[in-house]
Design a protein. Sequence first.
Lengths: 1003, 109
Amino acid sequence: MSKRLPEGGLFIDRNKPIKFEFNGKKLSGFEGDTLASALLSNDQVLVGRSFKYHRPRGIVASGSEEPNALINLGEKEKFEPNQRATTTELFDGLKAASQNHWPSLNFDIGVVNNYLARFLPAGFYYKMFIHPRPFWKYIYEPFIRQSAGLGRAPSQKDHSQYEHFYAFYDLVIVGGGISGLNAALTAAESGLKILIIEQTPEWGGRCLVDFSTIGDETSAEYVSRLVSELKKFHNVTMRSRMMGAGVYDHGYILGYERLNDHLAEEDGPRHRLWRIRAKQIITATGSIERPISFPSNDIPGVMLASAVRDYAVNFGIATGNKIAVYTNNDDAYRTAITLNEVGVEVPIIVDARKSGGGALAERAKALGIRVENGKAISKVFGKKRVEAISICEHKDSGKGNEKIACDCIAMSGGWSPVVHLYSHCGGKLKWDEKMALFKPDSSAKPTSHDGLPFVTAVGSANGFLLIQEVLKDAREGCLEVVEASGGKVKKESFKLIEQEYENSLEAIWIAPQDADIKKRSKIWLDFQNDVKINDVELAAREGFESVEHTKRYTTLGMATDQGKLSNINGLAILSSSLGKEIPKVGTTTFRPPYTPISLGSIGGSARDDLFQPVRKTPMHDWHENNGAYMEPVGQWRRPFCYPQAEETYAKAVEREINQTRSSLGILDASTLGKLLVTGPDAGKFLDMLYTNMMSTLKIGRCRYGLMCSENGFLIDDGVVARIDDQTWLCHTTTGGADSIHAHMEEWLQTEWWDWKVYVTNVTEQYAQIGVVGPNARKLLEKIGGVDVSREALGFMEWKDGNLGKYDARIFRISFSGELSFEIAVPAKQGLAFWGELIEAGKEFQVMPYGTEALHVMRAEKGFIMIGDETDGTVIPQDLNLDWAISKKKDDYLGKRAQERSFMVNPSRWKLVGLETLDGSVLPDGAYATAEGVNSNGQKSTQGRITSSYFSPTLKRGIAMGLVMNGPDRGGEIIEFPKIDGTVIRAKITSPVFYDPDGEKQNV
Amino acid sequence: MLVFKCPYCGIEADETELSPGGEAHLKRFGPGSSDEELEGYLFNRENPKGVHFERWRHVYGCGKWFHAARCTATLEVFGTYSAQTFGPPKEIIDIIKSKRPGWKWRNLG
């Protein structure tokens, strides 16, 4: 039985009881409890089910390395799956539920997998579900999806706030145990700007639990003195509840601060992601205890010895009535001694070492605790809870000779330094044979931009497990770092702290040593993913020699704890199965984050309205107020159409087109890119950028231009206007404004840097409005001002002047085939001008039209659209745009590439119009089939649709497409299969469906 | 998350302020060049484990293109320099020579 002791508990306040719920059961704990300690105080040892066999799982650890106690936390918009009970601080009203079981935690149907375990070896899924092929998609995967996965996905939007924080420090110290605190204190007087972070709420790390005194002080006094001394330094920032999540290139380190998770009511942001640049980083991240691999070591009640001690000292909890200790090192004796002190019976200490322990062992024996050296636990009795163990000789196959009653086992297989942050950015490890651990190789630290080391591990994270060595290393490591970052500190001689003699650890990777296969198939390495010793051995036999492959094949270390407990034990088994030394096998790659961080914190405040800036034209609000249905176009929002009353979008588009073609429409074209290119060499520059000649363009004239990449492909198009002797105004597509600006800058800065040209992006300085339709000129004349008659402003000309009270630049250009003016006014006049056009246009029944009408009208005229007719593989020649490619120029970007043999191949797919025989609308992107099959056995193709619309003008479906030898095949009928199996037949025509002679725009 | 010093505005620019522009010091081949020359110019790139010369743009800063010499294996930065040059300056070559004896990159080293 796990219960609260009558007294004790450093972290808890027994005067402040807290109510919480677990699986609907109302329970209580104390302020300062973690959810795990509160559950243990209520004898709730069973907390979940394992992933594969659905075996009962209990709390194993007391910190972030916990593999089993994963819970669904909270409800509705605060619901979050896979939270570790050991790091979840208890607050009033907390609601938690266990995961991965059905129908209930106590009775789980999925446990049937447990009895099938011998049929579900490592790689079972890979082997079983590969044949027959179609079964995967239709039978296996849906079934596995249903049973796989731990927590549920949240069903509601997360309403908490998150934020990012940018910070710069000379030195960041990760870990607030005695190594970190001493390192910080050593560095503090140098004046360097220092940040020290601790993932738990408490400073001091294991020191409070492991030592009653340090030097002349109690360990609590010692820690609080260090903390208060540090607080005096203005150059030191201290943050608890903040984890070092990852270390990246050039001193970049992520800190994950949990501000509100311990509170019932949120106050401000829930999590804060610190994006820190540090000149130097010290990882004082401590070490994690390893389990021992013995038969049935996964039964609830089997815990890490350090965790049992933590629960006793920090939370005043006895994790059992009778707690057996199983160890291969001296540290676990501390657990036995602590338990004895708080009045919990320790029936036995099983020490795998023949030679037994040092001074601590003597103390335990003096307390009357039975100690058995050279022994192993050969069997654990119990299903959902440990009931008893039997013990045998360590060097044995596992026939137990004595049964001992106990309801908890405190195990210690040694300690593994937390090397994650040290390793994230390339720090190398070395194997310490004597202590059986991987530790940082100080000769191969991660290096920064200057080629010098920037991450240093100190204390037990650096492989020092004895307190005097830890403190010495923290100081010495820190002095090195301070010196490297240019700081200076006094080098006082270091006062050594006395340390009891500890006998060295003896690595045991499997217990009992000669356990037979039946026993080995009950020894768990990874508790969450159900990876056992025989799985790793099987992987080795099947040829998985690389530790990275074995990991993925067996799923060892792939659980949410990322192998914090299981990795070293697993790779030791792998190395012995392969007959290789452990350092030869190596570790898997440590990747950030150290423990999972919330997706909310990664997003920070970049969500909802702040996810991305929305660009608005000066007329944006008018569109919204007048019922426009807006569509995103890059970061802009543009009206797709302006539906009236009950009208469908399609009907609105038809109405807008009909009205524009018959009378008058206006379009907000402000989003079109406007780049002002100026300078003595501007003409020469534009001749290189456009396929046609721009330097010869006369002032007052416009020319349609094409731009290609150096690889020959069409990237943008638009109308260029010559403004004065040295200035051209280049219109780009809406999406191309920024990229073409960047394209121009790139060539000017990196290739033709001696050319005298400036490029200015003036896109947002102007509101631009298309006035389109047979009555367009009448409207402008009604408003009055500058002469826009056919004689005064010819097609493809522009002029500046006043229209009413507006400062206008009028381009007579057309993208619809109608008589059309595009009028630019300063952005601040845009809305008023638009209003005036609407007002004055009433007598012509003016209608604003949206992007869809724009698209349909341009398609009716056979005008191409970048992104529809082009996709990065299309050259202007494919679109019959040879007329816009200068033959006189020696060079332009893409010219040489367009001369390549496959670019001039006559059988390239070329632009045509397509008319369906039945008048229907072809699906956009449909392919035209040809005779025969390709090398994959698929039907050959001979073309595809690039644009397809219903034309209200022609009252039928029209399409543009690229077809092999298309322009030479006018009148031919080709077939487009649809997804539903039917075929649409279409006739190849000219892409210009409407007014082929251009009479409408030329009036 | 690299940091480069922009040689124009002098700012130590975080990678989020920069956009990469691929290999540096490519010679443009236009009309009149052979297919092989064009192929080399458009497609053939160095992919060294070690010393490399790259183009970067301080796009969310001063907007200028610049060059960087760095080690692709350790991310050590040997220096940044103007984009308006046909090759790395001597002082950066000297730094690389001292730090990476025996290095080679295209016709350099």
